[in-house]
Write a protein of this length. Structure first.
Length: 382
């Protein structure tokens, strides 16, 4: 009798390890980082505090926070050889491809690249968190023919990002919005990109290779690229008065689905989406136009009242309103996923260090469904 093997497509329901980093409770719409509710962290924490929490397992005191902020800011400078190489990339290159390739190149200039001790991994993690922000801010300038701006040593990562992007002292409201976005996107359990980073590290490979794997995974529209697709959808709708017609013609007809609504894990409202909804509303009120927020809010309202979405527990996820926040801040649509990547860097590096501390090669099985015992046919007879 042939043993029945259950296939877990997409690894649904498979628990691969233990982790102290975050708890994702999709049925109740809860997200916990290291014991703290995401709503509290988004309201009060600097991104650097979250970095410390994930790496050290506790929140820092004031001196520890300032030391980490300084360490990351001091390590955020990208080697000039890498900047010069980035300047040679095609100006229409996908920003995630740019980031993926530049991060890979950073390994060749990192003195700890091929060192695997906990201390070396910690030093690499500090550099990668700073350098990723520098690279993401540099590409929009480089592709316009402008010189990238070096990071300042006196700023937080969120403030440095806006400073390097715009070349001027950033508005505090903009810095706060980016900081909130980064906090919300820092960590999210064993998601696809985090899993791919741990798989790479499990082979004995290095941290930069693991991060490249994560970036390549995040690049897909089913993962990190969803907020880009959501913004394209809002732009397609164009005006608030078009929302109802667009919904009827595209969603009620079954031709399309709403990008940014629904989640693989959450069957209740994504708590990150709730925070970003409020942030999008607040930042839109001070913008030149609030129509993008109005479009997004109106579309979400229609979906919340529709039986299809109600029956399937489909709610806005983190990508939906984050698109409005980033676009209102002047971030170009194709750059959205790179901001996701720079925010997730702390989570990725935390998982990589956790994997390294208790490593086992990740090697799942697959159920073979092909033919057996076929006779060999010589080439001249085929």
């Amino acid at each position: 009798m042939v043993e029945q093997v259950k296939v877990h497509k997409g690894l649904d329901g498979v628990v691969i390890d233990e982790s102290r980093l975050s708890l994702v409770n999709g049925s109740e719409g809860k997200l916990i980082y290291g014991g703290y509710k995401i709503e509290d962290l988004a309201a009060h924490a600097l991104y650097e505090e979250i970095v410390f929490l994930l790496w050290e397992g506790r929140l820092p005191n004031a001196a520890e926070l300032e030391q980490l902020r300084q360490d990351i800011a001091n390590a955020a400078v990208v080697p000039p050889q890498v900047i010069e190489a980035v300047k040679q990339y095609p100006k229409d290159a996908d920003p995630m491809a740019v980031l993926r390739t530049a991060i890979s190149m950073l390994a060749m200039y990192d003195p700890d690249s091929e060192k695997y001790t906990p201390d070396a991994n910690h030093r690499k993690a500090i550099r990668l968190n700073g350098q990723a922000v520098t690279l993401v801010a540099a590409w929009p300038r480089i592709r316009k023919g402008l010189e990238p701006i070096a990071p300042r040593k006196d700023l937080t990562l969120a403030a440095n990002f806006m400073y390097m992007l715009e070349g001027k002292e950033p508005a505090q409201a903009d810095v706060d919005a980016i900081n909130t976005f980064m906090v919300l996107l820092t960590e999210h359990g064993m998601n696809a990109s985090t899993f791919s980073s741990r798989v790479t590290l499990s082979t004995g490979s290095d941290m930069h290779s693991a991060i490249v794997s994560a970036i390549g995974t995040l690049k897909g529209p089913a993962h990190g690229g969803a907020n880009t697709e959501a913004m394209k959808m809002f732009m397609e709708i164009g005006e608030p008065e078009n929302v109802a017609t667009w919904f009827e013609e595209n969603i009620k007809s079954g031709k399309r689905r709403i990008m940014g609504i629904g989640h693989r894990v959450y069957k209740a409202l994504d708590p990150r989406a709730a925070v970003l909804h409020k942030r999008a509303e607040a930042i839109s009120k001070g913008a030149r136009t609030d129509k993008w927020y109005v479009i997004a809010d109106s579309l979400a309202t229609l979906a919340r009242a529709d039986s299809y979405f109600i029956e399937r527990n489909l709610y806005p996820n983190v990508d939906y309103f984050s698109a409005i926040v980033l676009y209102t801040l002047g971030i170009e649509v194709d750059m959205f996923t790179t901001l996701f990547a720079m925010s997730r860097m702390a989570g990725w590096t935390a998982h990589i260090m956790e994997q390294a501390a208790n490593n086992r090669l990740v090697r799942p099985e697959v159920l073979y469904t092909g033919p057996l015992d076929l006779p060999w046919v010589p080439l001249e007879e085929r």
